[in-house]
Write a protein that binds this ligand. Structure first.
Ligand code: SF4
Ligand code: SF4
Length: 102
């Protein structure tokens, strides 16, 4: 398992989305953005690439969170989160757990 584990939560994406349980994992044979270095099944992801270029594990470690790009991914009416902004909150949660030293 190459994921970074923080406390009980597993950091399994750059943007805060949960790869575990995602329908594309099996149907599209997606390896996840962390394992594939920002290139999951649909090609290069700008959020993952941005994170990696900054040397971050996930967006929660970024001082600019929530940037326009992440907000767009998280709050898009069609492909965004339910509820909107969920992955931004997940990133913040991961960061809080890291800061708490778990
Ligand atoms: S949107 Fe990008 S960063 Fe988020 S899970 Fe998908 S590939 Fe990873
Ligand atoms: S919050 Fe935005 S600027 Fe920061 S790493 Fe994530 S995508 Fe990049």
């Amino acid at each position: 398992m190459m994921n970074d584990s923080v406390s009980g939560s597993v950091v399994d994406s750059r943007c805060g989305l949960h790869c575990t349980g995602c329908e594309y994992k099996d149907s599209c044979n997606c390896g996840g953005c962390i394992e594939t270095n920002g290139k999951p099944f649909h090609g290069e992801c700008p959020v993952a690439v941005c994170c990696q270029e900054k040397g971050l594990t996930h967006c929660g470690e970024c001082p600019d969170i929530p940037c326009e790009l992440l907000t767009q991914y998280s709050c898009d009416a069609e492909h965004g989160d339910t509820p909107p902004g969920a992955r931004i909150e997940q990133c913040r949660q991961w960061k809080m757990e890291q800061d708490a030293g778990h």
